[in-house]
Unconditional design. Structure first.
Length: 323
């Protein structure tokens, strides 16, 4: 929990307890008048005992894991403090057992209560620390997975531009401009947890232009979109992994089919390509698609469906709930 909120709640709990405890001790379980009540004199000693236990004894014994020894110390403090109250402040002259039965609760109740409060807040701090560590781990893993995607996308685009500077230099300028847009998306816009679907689709459209130029005469590309709205939010660079995989592992003179369908918060992306069954092993597709699935698990948890089907063609199916 936030530090300020934690300290405020602790102070409030302590103040309310002492107010209630003093009221009960003075008005419900005391035969003395207010001005000569021995409990008011003992209260200052009791406060010292309680907060010495709260700030010194409990942290020390719990850190050292000396739980049994702490129980003995706790018992001894409760016994001695009760005898002090009984024989010095109240001066009742009663037996040890009578003293314990009448006055032990006034020492034991605040000690037990504040020990419980200390352990409760310690548990909450540990849980908050675990949550923070998991969050930082998740963020680091997502950054690592995205870092593996970005250079691969840009490397392919640079290769395409290099080829055109040699073969079709007049068209290279347009490709550089498209690459500039891609760089902007990858280096700046994709750093956010989510971006608008419109920006991600623009990035894919740009990428597809590169691929149609690069594979002209060697592959047939069928790219279709059916999107009911572009205001949805999506984690960046998810779809490009599937699309890139289709181009990377497709054979020459083959068909590549890419379909993106978005309706009522549900996105479906289907990529299908021909592949060489004799040359392709499981490891050929391992890194990119495995990283994609890790990202999906981290970001979307149970709000996605991801399938890889290998038969006559290699087909990847992704279904996302964008809510």
């Amino acid at each position: 929990m936030p530090t300020l909120h934690k300290h405020t709640s602790q102070i409030l709990v302590h103040v309310l307890f002492w107010m209630l405890f003093i009221f009960v001790s003075l008005f419900l379980f005391s035969d003395y008048y207010w001005h000569d009540n021995p409990f008011l004199q003992y209260l200052s000693i009791l406060v010292i005992i309680v907060y010495a236990n709260h700030f010194i004894l409990l942290p020390f014994f719990v850190k050292k894991r000396l739980y049994i020894l702490y129980v003995f110390v706790f018992t001894a403090i409760s016994f001695l403090a009760t005898q002090l109250y009984c024989n010095v402040f109240a001066q009742c002259g009663c037996s040890i057992m009578k003293c314990l039965s009448d006055y032990l609760w006034q020492t034991l109740v605040p000690l037990i209560f504040f020990s419980f409060i200390w352990m409760l807040y310690r548990f909450l701090d540990e849980q908050a620390e675990v949550v923070q560590i998991k969050k930082e781990h998740t963020e680091m893993e997502l950054k690592f997975l995205k870092s593996q995607i970005n250079p691969h996308v840009l490397f392919n685009n640079l290769n395409t531009i290099y080829s055109y500077t040699l073969e079709k230099p007049n068209e290279a300028a347009d490709l550089i401009l498209m690459l500039s847009d891609n760089l902007k998306h990858v280096l700046y816009e994709s750093n956010a947890e989510t971006i608008s679907l419109e920006k991600e689709i623009q990035f894919i459209d740009n990428y597809m232009k590169f691929q149609k130029l690069r594979t002209e005469g060697t592959k047939q590309i069928h790219y279709t979109k059916n999107i009911d709205a572009l205001q949805y939010k999506i984690a960046p660079l998810l779809l490009i992994t599937i699309i890139e995989n289709a181009f990377k592992h497709s054979t020459l003179n083959s068909d590549i089919s890419i379909a993106i369908h978005v309706e009522n918060n549900i996105l479906e992306c289907i990529c299908e390509n021909d592949f060489n069954k004799e040359k392709v092993s499981e490891t050929n597709f391992k890194i990119g698609l495995q990283n994609l699935e890790k990202r999906l698990k981290l970001i979307y948890k149970d709000k996605y469906e991801f399938k890889i089907l290998k038969a006559e063609t290699f087909k990847v199916y992704l279904r996302l709930n964008l809510n």
